[in-house]
Design a binder for this molecule. Structure first.
Ligand SMILES: [Zn+2]
Length: 192
């Protein structure tokens, strides 16, 4: 299994693709970048999860091709805005890998930020708030020190602040320069 797997995807099975109600095509279109090729595949995972595999992998006998985002079918029970964000986060991993985008700290933080920047630019703040609420509802869960993902409440805070600031709203606890910094950084990193 690739180290980018968020959590172990158990019992994956092939499921039909295509989820027109989720409007995932608009996310794929927004995140289409020169030099980046990525497929999206839906599998039964036994849990709400998603991951990007740069080199391909095999999960319970099912081969997943290189450069594939796996979206777990269990996500279909989640809020559509959160599902769109999850796809954007995984596509961000693909962009970071294939474009060899430099980052410091956790790649998970970089992927969260790129997804939030794209959604902010496209004025999909509602999806960002849905995502922040999803993480906020997870509460103060323990995250092991080796997990590169920020704790859910931290992700809720970061994504919620970027969403608000992208709408020129500045909640008191947010750093008012975060959105501008994230936006200008990614414009440079992606050579846009
Ligand atoms: Zn990730």
């Amino acid at each position: 299994m690739n180290r980018l797997l968020l959590l172990l995807c158990l019992g994956c099975a092939v499921a039909p693709d295509g989820t027109p109600d989720l409007h995932l095509d608009r996310v794929r279109e927004a995140m289409r970048m020169p030099g980046v090729e990525v497929s999206v595949r839906w599998l039964d995972c036994g849990e709400v999860n998603a991951f990007y595999t740069p080199e391909g992998t095999e999960v319970w006998g099912i081969k997943v091709a290189p450069r594939t985002v796996v979206m777990c079918n269990e996500l279909r029970g989640e809020a559509p805005g959160f599902v769109r964000y999850v796809l954007a986060h995984e596509l961000s991993h693909a962009i970071i890998h294939q474009r060899r985008i430099p980052f410091t700290g956790s790649e998970e933080v970089a992927a969260d930020e790129l997804a939030a920047v794209v959604f902010g630019v496209y004025e999909w703040q509602a999806d960002l708030y849905a995502t922040a609420n999803r993480y906020r509802r997870m509460g103060d869960v323990w995250v092991p020190p080796w997990d590169p993902h920020p704790a859910p409440l931290k992700r809720a805070f970061t994504i919620g602040c970027l969403a608000a600031e992208s709408e020129n709203k500045y909640p008191v606890f947010c750093d008012s320069s975060d959105w501008e910094h994230a936006l200008t950084s990614w414009i440079r990193l992606l050579d846009l």
